[in-house]
Ligand binder design. Structure first.
Ligand code: SAH
Length: 213
């Protein structure tokens, strides 16, 4: 399938405006009104083709999920999965999560997922890593006090950087796994990248952390 320049992508997203929120900045501070039920909000940054968020939506009807993905040709894949899953508790935003504070008010989010984020391995690109302290400032702001971040990656360097970054920031590391699939966590929902890398025998790293009060 050709992923670039999908001319039908805009129509497809607009036709499914109940899932792909059309003017997301207007919902700042009132995200609950974008859902059928008022319940905790879990946010995924860089949802890709949506296997995780669609699977989580189905597994956790007691949660409202928001997936942010900046690439249009990718998010339409997520939209298809969310439609197929029939989960009514998932919303997608075709936005760049450059500053989450533009999209969310303080304490609006209960959980943030960073799944297989771009590792930006060169040190001159450190500021682009989604676990760079300036991003942690944003997460701290939009998350509730007891809110958590869960990070999964196959990239050892990015994992080590992220755990160190959380720790230096004074966050509490609640869980750390150097081989997630060895845990056989029955609730783990695989992402596309996770499936691809673990099939190649690559260990998957996971870390859960939260800010201190
Ligand atoms: N989470 C998916 C995709 C991982 S690839 C999986 O695990 O399979 C990383 C994704 O994050 C890409 O689709 C990229 O477009 C998206 N992304 C990176 N930075 C982003 C940002 N600032 N805002 C929104 N999406 C972003």
């Amino acid at each position: 399938m050709r992923l670039r320049n999908k001319p039908w992508a805009d129509d497809f997203m607009r036709d499914n405006g109940h899932i792909v929120v059309q003017e997301p900045f207007q919902y700042r501070g009132k995200w609950q009104s974008a859902f059928n039920k008022e319940q905790p909000i879990h946010l995924e940054i860089g949802s890709g083709k949506g296997q995780f968020i669609a699977g989580m939506g189905k597994q956790h009807p007691e949660v409202n999920f928001i997936g942010v993905e900046r690439v249009k040709s990718v998010i339409v894949g997520a939209l298809k999965k969310v439609i197929d899953s029939e989960a009514a508790n998932v919303r997608l935003l075709n936005e760049d999560a450059q500053d989450l504070r533009d999209l969310f008010q303080s304490n609006e989010v209960d959980h943030i997922y960073l799944n297989f984020s771009d590792p930006w391995p060169k040190s001159r690109h450190e500021k682009r890593r989604l676990t760079y302290p300036a991003f942690l400032d944003q997460y701290k702001d939009v998350l509730k006090q007891e809110g958590e971040i869960t990070l999964k990656t196959d990239n050892r360097g990015f994992f080590e950087y992220s755990v160190a970054s959380f720790s230096k920031y004074g966050m509490i590391i609640e869980e750390l796994s150097l081989d997630l699939h060895d845990l056989n966590d029955p609730l783990n929902v695989e992402t596309e990248y996770e499936e691809k890398f673990s099939e190649k025998g690559q260990p998957i790293y996971r870390c859960k952390a939260r800010f201190q009060e």
